[in-house]
Design a protein around this ligand. Structure first.
Ligand code: C5P
Length: 230
C-alpha cells in the first residue's frame, strides 16, 4: 500500500485542540477530515489555519440544498483545494450534475464524494424518513446515481463496501467511516468494522474519528491504526 488511506475526523469546536491534534497524528494519517462541528465553530479561518499545515484535507460539509445554492457553496469549498469533499446524493441528479460541471469548469482535482446513507442509519431509521427497503438497497441505488452523475466516489458503511466494489469496481472511490477495532466503543455508529477488514474489502479511504481523537494518546492510537492495515 503506497498512500496512507486513513483520514482522521477532527470533530472538535476548538482550533487550538484541532491544530495540536493534527500535528500529533500527522505522521500516521493520510489526511484530516474537517466536518460540521469544526466548521460551525472555527469557520473559514479555522480551515485556512489547518490548510497551512499542508496535510491533505477532506472537507466534509455534506452539502444538501437546491442546485444553485449547493453549486455556489461548492465553489467556495473548492477554493481550498481539498482532496475530498462531500455532497448528499439525496440532493438529486440536477444538483449533483451542476456540481460536477462546476468542478470540470474550474479544472479542480477535488474528489466529489456522495453521501449515500449515514452510517448511523439502520433500516428502521431509514424507513422512518421515507426510504423504502433496506439500507443496503438504498446505498446501491444512490451509488448508481452517483456514477451516472459523474461523481468521483461515495461514502458508505463498512457493511456495503463489498457490494459497492463488486458493482462499480474502480469507477467509484469508496470512502468508509464507522471504523472500529475490536476494543473500540461503537458510539452512535451502527454498522462498524475494523480498519484492516474495511481495506481488505476494498475501501479506498477510511475515516476514523473518536477511536483516535478520544484516545489517551491520539498519536499512539493513530499509529496502531496505521500498523493494523500495513
Ligand atoms: O468518531 P467517528 O469515527 O464515528 O467519526 C466518523 C466521522 O465520519 C464523523 O466525522 C462523521 O461525521 C463522518 N461520517 C459518518 N457517516 C457518514 C458520513 C460521514 O460517520 N455517512
Amino acid at each position: 500500500m503506497t498512500k496512507n488511506p486513513i483520514y482522521c475526523a477532527i470533530d472538535t469546536s476548538s482550533i487550538e485542540n484541532a491544530l495540536t491534534l493534527i500535528k500529533e497524528i500527522s505522521p500516521h494519517v493520510g489526511g484530516v477530515k474537517l466536518g460540521l462541528e469544526f466548521f460551525t465553530s472555527c469557520g473559514i479561518i479555522g480551515i485556512e489555519k489547518v490548510s497551512k499545515l499542508g496535510i491533505p484535507l477532506f472537507l466534509d460539509l455534506k452539502l444538501y440544498d437546491i442546485p444553485n445554492t449547493v453549486k455556489k457553496s461548492l465553489k467556495n469549498i473548492l477554493s481550498f483545494n481539498p482532496t475530498y469533499t462531500t455532497l448528499h446524493l439525496t440532493g438529486g441528479s440536477e444538483m449533483l450534475k451542476e456540481c460536477v460541471n462546476l468542478k470540470n469548469q474550474l479544472n479542480s482535482n477535488t474528489n466529489l464524494i456522495g453521501v449515500t446513507m449515514l452510517t448511523s442509519f439502520d433500516d428502521i431509521i431509514a424507513n422512518e424518513i421515507g426510504f423504502i427497503g433496506s439500507v443496503d438497497k438504498n446505498v446501491e441505488n444512490l451509488s448508481t446515481l452517483a456514477l451516472n452523475c459523474g461523481m468521483d466516489g461515495v461514502v458508505c458503511s463498512p457493511m456495503e463496501i463489498r457490494k459497492v466494489k463488486e458493482t462499480f469496481g474502480s469507477k467509484l472511490k469508496v470512502v468508509v467511516p464507522g471504523i472500529r477495532n475490536q476494543t473500540d466503543i461503537a458510539n452512535d455508529q451502527k454498522r462498524t468494522l475494523s480498519a484492516k477488514k474495511a481495506i481488505e474489502l476494498g475501501a479506498d479511504i477510511i475515516v476514523v474519528g473518536r477511536p483516535i481523537t478520544s484516545a489517551d494518546s491520539p498519536e499512539n492510537a493513530a499509529e496502531i491504526f496505521h500498523q493494523s492495515i500495513k
